[in-house]
Design a protein around this ligand. Structure first.
Ligand code: C2O
Ligand code: CU
Length: 485
């Protein structure tokens, strides 16, 4: 492990007192490896993933673990990552959320050739924007990311606001039954008899199950940092410590999360800071596919607590991360279920001046209607009625101010839309201006019927993907491009 630091679950700290804790955790073979410095090697290879003592998956990994090692780098540095491919299929690395030069974005067929088995590719770029990001293969993502080809990436700001513990939790879901793999994402909807019979109609009249209904029935094993249920490593804290948890969703489902016993602040979303965040209590933080949220709290309530998933999915109980104070046992705390509202991030944080407003003038105004349609008996996820590569690209010139209206017209499916190479500011939701902190994101979740207006400056020339991060939807059409003149 040349030049590698071991961290406890991705806990690294600038405070020396924690090296003791780190050393303790390093003896555990289930820790997340943290790599620091500016030169890294990530080797794509197969590895057996032990989700718990009895649940194993044949995973595709970077460096043998799911998630792959956390790359922890400093703002302003130029980093170099050598990708080696020891798999039997071509792979790439995409730096999700991080604005990199176009030719480093990891899009096979567009920004580079996919890296063939036995080959390697060197990524090199400057990391300018601090925050929590992640990396994943962008080759056949619906399969490769699902199998585990992802990891987290933290760009530390030049001026670090110190915390005592800095944890990262990468959440994901796994198929209960591997034989269902091919059926995911509408692949088999039309021909399958997983139809929704609750309508009472005869089989000939059955409506096929929507993707939104079927996916949660298939993906019922939830994981944090590659472990599920009782195998999830507790986050160890001491009274009085300031705790940061970086949440990353590498999966295909949304996860409403509840933190027991503590009020907390959401300090950033998709790595970008929220202005004066208020304390949250009694609410759920929903994290959609591709999104990140950093939360912070003071450990002021000694005991053993959970950060727990609150969806109605049968897998919800398998995602409960113990938070255990020094001197306490990780007894199984009780889940605190019950109706709780989900935080509306468009109303969160204190309003402040920002780069964009709804009534500014824009060089480009564009609408993307997102829909679920049947075409020739196949489920298609469309943008303006088309599937990729027939979706018309959004044409821009460097310097353009761009405004995009996103409308989810799917009756049941949600669409976490991700733009490569740029951050966008969210201006309105369902016609209501964002009333909280300027909301800057790279991945925005749209529930059925929702409509958002976002804007960005075209400041990073190239050819960039703009797609749904339910990677099944993307594979079945919901992708388009932002193309510079
Ligand atoms: Cu996280 Cu185009 O991807
Ligand atoms: Cu979608």
């Amino acid at each position: 492990h040349q030049g590698h630091d071991m961290g406890n679950m991705g806990s690294t700290s600038s405070i020396p007192a924690n090296s003791e804790a780190a050393a303790m955790f390093a003896s555990n073979d289930t820790v997340m490896e943290v790599l620091t410095g500016n030169s890294f090697t990530l080797t794509a290879k197969e590895s057996m993933l032990h989700l718990d003592d009895s649940t194993m998956k044949n995973a595709w990994t970077y460096n043998g673990t799911v998630p792959g090692p956390q790359l922890r780098v400093k703002q302003g540095e130029t980093i170099k990552v050598v990708l080696k491919n020891e798999l039997t299929e071509p792979v790439t690395i995409h730096w999700h959320g991080l604005p990199v030069p176009n030719h480093m974005d990891g899009i096979p067929g567009i920004t580079q050739n996919a890296v063939k088995p036995g080959d390697s590719f060197t990524y090199q770029f400057k990391v300018d924007v601090p925050g929590t990001y992640w990396y994943h293969s962008h080759q056949n993502g619906v399969v490769q990311v699902d199998k585990g080809l992802y990891g987290s990436l933290v760009v530390e700001p030049k001026e670090q606001q110190p915390v005592d513990k800095d944890f990262t939790l990468v959440v994901d879901e796994w198929l209960k039954d591997e034989s269902m793999a091919g059926m995911s994402h509408g692949g088999g909807h039309a021909g399958m008899n997983m139809s929704n019979t609750s309508s009472g109609n005869n089989s000939s009249m059955d409506t096929p199950m929507s993707d939104a209904e079927m996916m949660p029935l298939m993906y019922t094993i939830f994981s944090a940092n590659g472990k599920t249920g009782a195998a999830i490593q507790p986050l160890l804290v001491k009274q009085g410590e300031k705790i940061r948890i970086r949440l990353v969703n590498a999966g295909f489902l949304s996860h409403p999360l509840y933190l027991q016993g503590h009020e907390y602040k959401i300090v950033s979303t998709d790595g970008q800071p929220i202005n004066n965040p208020p304390l949250v209590s009694g609410q759920l933080l929903n994290i959609a596919p591709g999104e990140r949220y950093d939360i912070e709290f003071v450990a002021n309530n000694p005991g053993s607590w959970l950060l727990e998933e609150h969806s109605s999915n049968p897998g919800a109980a398998s995602l409960a991360v113990p938070i255990v104070y020094e001197g306490y046992e990780s007894t199984k705390p009780k889940a605190e279920k019950g109706d709780m509202p989900i935080i509306d991030i468009t109303k969160y944080g204190e309003a402040a001046k920002s780069n964009f407003s709804l009534d500014d003038s824009y060089n480009i105004e564009y609408t993307m209607d997102l829909n679920t349609e049947m075409s020739n008996g196949e489920m298609a996820f469309t943008i303006n009625g088309k599937t990729y590569p027939d979706t018309p690209p959004l044409q821009v010139k460097k310097g353009d101010r761009v405004k995009v209206k996103l409308v989810n017209k799917s009756p049941k499916d949600l669409h976490p839309m991700h733009l490569h190479g740029h951050f966008f500011q969210v201006l309105s939701k369902n016609g209501q201006p964002v009333s909280g902190s300027p909301l800057v994101k790279d991945t925005l979740n749209l529930l059925p019927g929702e409509e958002f207006v976002v804007s960005f400056i075209a400041d990073n020339p190239g050819e960039w993907m703009f797609h749904c991060h339910d990677l099944g939807h993307a594979a079945q059409g919901m992708m388009s491009e932002v193309k510079y003149e």
